[in-house]
Design a binder for this molecule. Structure first.
Ligand SMILES: NC(=O)c1ccc[n+]([C@@H]2O[C@H](COP(=O)([O-])OP(=O)(O)OC[C@H]3O[C@@H](n4cnc5c(N)ncnc54)[C@H](O)[C@@H]3O)[C@@H](O)[C@H]2O)c1
Length: 303
């Protein structure tokens, strides 16, 4: 397998932009692809400002500061944006971070399999969808793997690797080495719905919605109770807004269908918020309304 020098990231939302940033900050050539040109414009802006924050806080090594220049602007030269999948033909690995839908992801993997070079690894940042089934859309299931970054990718220390039924040891080693090059700690999960982190986290968030839905407590008391009572950095409802309520709902549906237990049924209030377009911080409104108090939003913006 070739040494990984160039990566493609598909999906320039909150996760894809952070993964692309990690690639550029670690000296890789990066193609960031999104079907929505506005998403690419937002991603470029947020990556540039985040890299500058890393530099100004002294969180990059001297070698990296040399590579990126004092303002971190040189890292941006390693990053190219596109809406054309053909640009990914020569990358060594593609990390997919598009919408959490099995059908949409499978269609993308089918296309990527045709376009990318035969040795390329196809990785998915899916939170819960079966890697084995995504791999089945390709002719290279040995080179398909789950590479689940946490939000926000440049800051969170964990990458959860997920091996599909046919993922080869070579693919696992190369992808693990890439995560470690990004400074991450790797844990490995078998390919069952929700893997490790979301199998445990999402039922807790869903239960927080039930607690709100059934009038046990206010949203503020639910969040404060879990923050101060269990030493979590964010309350579960605040965290749901940060992740995206649509993403949380999709994961609960995957857990419900994949594990076949009614305890994973999504809370009707979570479903209703998503139906109403209350998707969380990215839309300015979720469980909380961020549009009215920009300063409060900023204070909720970091884990
Ligand atoms: N949000 C989180 O906290 C989190 C954490 C870990 C993993 N994930 C996973 O990462 C993935 C992305 O989540 P996100 O929160 O970044 O979503 P997001 O909504 O912020 O971004 C998704 C992006 O994908 C683009 N897109 C959708 N379909 C596309 C296609 N066919 N081709 C190209 N671009 C396409 C959209 O335009 C959008 O910009 C999901 O699988 C999600 O489950 C999310």
């Amino acid at each position: 397998m070739d040494e990984i020098k160039a990566i493609g990231v598909v999906g320039g939302g909150q996760m894809g932009s952070g993964i692309a940033q990690l690639g550029a900050m670690n000296g890789l050539d990066v193609w960031l692809l999104d079907s929505d040109p506005d998403a690419l414009a937002r991603a470029t802006k947020s990556i540039s400002s985040s890299i500058q924050k890393f530099v100004s806080k002294g969180q990059l090594s001297q070698a990296r500061i040399f590579l990126f220049g004092k303002a971190g602007t040189d890292a941006m030269r390693l990053l190219r944006c596109t809406s054309n999948l053909e640009e990914l033909r020569s990358v060594d690995i593609v990390i997919e971070a598009i919408v959490e839908s099995e059908d949409v992801k499978k269609r993308l993997f089918l296309e990527l399999d045709k376009i990318t070079k035969p040795s390329a690894i196809l990785a998915s940042n899916t939170s819960s969808i079966s890697i084995t089934r995504l791999a089945s859309a390709t002719s290279r299931p040995r080179q398909v793997i789950g590479m689940h970054f946490m939000n926000p990718p440049p800051i969170m220390k964990l990458v959860e690797m997920v091996r599909g039924a046919d993922t080869s040891d070579e693919t696992f080693s190369a992808t693990k080495a890439l995560a470690e090059r990004f400074g991450k700690t790797v844990v490995c999960s078998q390919d069952y719905a929700g893997f490790i982190v979301n199998r445990i986290l999402m039922p807790m968030i869903n239960e927080a919605f039930f607690t709100l839905y059934t009038g046990v407590a206010t949203r503020e008391d639910i969040d404060a109770g879990m923050k101060l009572g269990t030493n979590h950095p964010m309350g579960p409802l605040e965290l749901a807004d940060f992740i995206g309520l649509d993403v949380c709902l999709s994961i609960m549906k995957v857990l419900h269908a994949g594990l076949g237990d009614s305890k994973y049924a999504p809370c009707p209030l979570l479903v209703q918020y998503v139906d109403a377009g209350r998707l969380g911080r990215k839309r300015g409104i979720g469980v909380y309304d961020y549009r009215k108090a920009p300063e409060a939003v900023k204070s909720k913006s970091r884990l």
